[in-house]
Design a protein. Sequence first.
Length: 252
Amino acid sequence: MKNTATSVILLLAAAGLSVSLVGCDQGGEKADQPAATGDTSNAAATHADDHAGHDHGDADHDHDHDHADDQADATHDHEDAADHAAAGGGARNSGNLPVNIGGAVFAANGALMVFPPTWEMVPVTSSLATAKRQYTIPGDAGEGSATVYVGSMGPPEMNIKRWTDQIVDPDEEITRRQHVGPIFQVTEIIGHGSVATTMGGAPEPDQTLMALLITGGGQGDMYVKAVGPRATMEQYNDGWQQLIDSIIRSGG
C-alpha cells in the first residue's frame, strides 16, 4: 500500500502535475496539505508515508471497532438465547450432549434451562459423571449450591426418595408438584428443615432443598438439585419458577 501510493505520486509529479493529499489531524478534522514544491520526489514520498501511516491507524481503529462489535454480538446472542427460552421457544440443541450457551443458560437433551442470572457458574466438584453444571447461589443468609445432572441415575422415584430422605427434620410437609409441557415433564420437590447438604453429611438446620426431575424427549432423564439456607433460597422463588417454565416450554 505504501509503495503503491508513493509510486503513483512520483509519476504524477514527474508529469508536472501538482500533487496534494488530504489528511486527518489528531482532532479528527480533515485538512488539505499544501501542493508539492521544490523537490517533488522527497515531498511526495513524505506525504505518501504520512498518508500510509494514517491508513494504518484507520485499519487499527477499524480492527478495534470490529472486535468491540464481536463482543457485543456475543452478548446479544446470549441474551437472545435466554429470551428465546423465556418466551417459550424451542431448544436449539436437538442432540443429547450438554451445550454451554452461557452462564445462565444450559441446554441438554433438547431442553433449554434458563437459570437466575445472579447464580455463579463454578467448576463441577461432584464425582458423578452425570454432573454437568454447578452454580454457587449468593444470598445474605449464606451461599447455596445447585448442580445439573444429565443421564441415568436410576429409577426416577428412587431419586425423589433419596432427595426427600435428605430432609431429616422437615419444618413442614414436603411439596411435590408436577409440571407438564408438550415434550418435557418436570417433577418438582421442595422441602424446608434440617437438610444433609452432602451425601452422608450431617444435617444443617434451617435449610431448603429444591429439586427437579426432568423426563421426556426420549433422550434420557435430567435433574437439577439446589440446596442452601432457607432465606437465601426463598430469594429465588421467581427465578426457580422461570427455570421450570423454560424447561416445560422447550420444543413446544
